[in-house]
Design a binder for this molecule. Structure first.
Ligand code: NIG
Ligand code: FE
Length: 429
């Protein structure tokens, strides 16, 4: 038996009994925490936790966490981290006054990424994506969704999904693949939208379905991209191959994306900058999770989603990074926590719940991730010494992570914690 004991934890955050599902808005501000605690991980799984006086004497490895918090690793249920090239030129164009939609119309944006992706060899894409995955794991991400959508050709989309499959096979964390062939209409199909939709439904989907390359289907349902009617056609086609919808909705306009997603039992509808009473009402009567991506609105300078209204309507809000080269070139979940508090006016406890448990639900991984629960995967973040839990989102942009533990093994150590007095001390260097 391989065991890791974390002792003297000032705050053991997000401690839950087994069997919990996603947390509704009204319960998001409750973050169950044990002070002066221990956590035991055996054979990669959480096996025990509690007050320090009940801590076991020893373990194969012991970490002293005096002054620190321990929390479950983040789940990031919406990323596009396979891409061929960064897009800082568009960033500068936006600073000079062009909008995201204007850049997209000029053949920049997603089409620009697609052009490059189709030129770059699969191995190069894999190496780059793997480095990005490790980067976000060092920032505390312990489960992730990754989308295709920068291929927009049969071969390009399959290439992206094969890269994601390789990441799945080699990563130490769970990776879910989302097929986003309907990310934009390629230039060659500018005057034949139906032709591109057919390419997706008749050529891409059968190949993806046969090879089991995707878990979900996504559509960018928004003005200038795909209409709700087209989205419905695409989602139904995906469902024939067992792909559940997790879609982009209502980022740029009141696009009808929320309604069409819910009508197709989407696991989540993501973005939601443009949401009003009607969309909230539709979400209330569904199991669909509203996933908010505050770094996108921050980076693009667009209005933020009405998070408080959604929480007040008791919706199980989740958070994600949207890591991609165009609208969120960062996969930092600690920064997402800060933005959720600063720009969406979420309380620190609400943001942490949304980025752990509800984000796990948006990945359909709530049975193994998202909380400190016996039997769940032993993936946790040990913070540097902190005065309180609210200090974490408050310290935006600073690195408050001391180490990241993935499945009971130290994945990354950032700095030494205080030396302990215990024999077998595996304390940080
Ligand atoms: O989630 N909204 C659609 N897709 C991405 C942006 C992709 C890009 O600009 O490359 C997003 O924001
Ligand atoms: Fe996205």
């Amino acid at each position: 038996m391989d065991s890791l004991l974390i002792r003297n934890i000032q705050f053991l955050i997000q401690v839950r009994e087994p069997g919990l599902s996603k947390i509704p808005g009204s319960s998001l501000s409750y973050l169950p925490t044990i002070e002066n605690a221990f956590l035991l991980i055996e054979d990669g799984k959480i096996s025990d936790y509690g007050a320090m006086e009940h801590a076991p004497e020893s373990a194969d490895q012991v970490i002293d966490a005096t002054g620190s918090a321990v929390m479950p690793t983040f789940c990031d249920p919406h990323t596009h981290l396979v891409f061929a090239e960064s897009r800082e030129k568009e960033f500068v164009d936006r600073i000079k006054g062009l909008s995201y939609s204007e850049i997209a119309k000029k053949g920049g944006g997603i089409l620009n990424s697609a052009k490059r992706l189709n030129q770059v060899p699969e191995d190069v894409l894999y190496t780059q994506a793997q480095a990005r995955l490790e980067e976000v794991m060092r920032m505390g991400t312990g489960a992730i969704e990754i989308k295709s959508g920068y291929g927009l050709t049969v071969e390009g989309e399959l290439k992206m999904l094969r890269v994601i499959k390789r990441l799945k096979a080699h990563a130490q964390i769970p990776v879910k693949a989302n097929f986003l062939g309907a990310h934009a209409i390629p230039l060659e199909y500018k005057d034949d939208r139906e032709g591109y939709i057919k390419l997706i439904t008749e050529e891409m989907l059968p190949k993806i379905g046969e090879s089991g390359l995707a878990d979900y289907i996504d559509v960018f349902c928004d003005v200038g991209f795909f209409t709700p009617e087209e989205t419905g056609v695409l989602l139904r086609a995906g469902q024939k191959y067992g792909l559940k919808p997790k879609i982009h909705a209502n980022e740029l306009a009141f696009s009808g994306g929320v309604q069409i997603g819910v009508a197709h039992q989407a696991v989540s509808v993501d973005h939601l900058e443009c949401v009003g009473e009607e969309e909230i009402e539709v979400l209330k009567n569904s199991e669909t999770i509203p996933t908010l991506l505050p770094s996108t609105a921050f980076f693009l300078g667009i209005p933020v989603p009405p998070a408080r209204k959604m929480i007040d309507a008791d919706l199980p809000v989740a958070l994600a990074s949207d890591y991609n080269p165009g609208s969120s070139p960062s996969g930092s979940m600690p920064f997402i926590l800060s933005l959720a508090c600063i720009t969406l006016k979420m309380l620190p406890a609400e943001a942490i719940n949304a980025a752990t448990l509800n984000a796990a639900a948006a990945l359909e991984l709530i049975d193994s991730h998202g909380s400190i629960t016996k039997g769940k995967t032993g993936s946790v973040i040990i913070t540097k010494p902190i005065p309180s839990i609210a200090y974490l989102p408050y310290r935006f942009g600073s690195n408050w992570i001391s180490s990241v533990i993935i499945g009971g093994k130290v994945f990354d150590r950032h700095q030494a914690t205080s030396p302990g007095k215990h024999k077998n001390q595996g304390g940080l260097p």
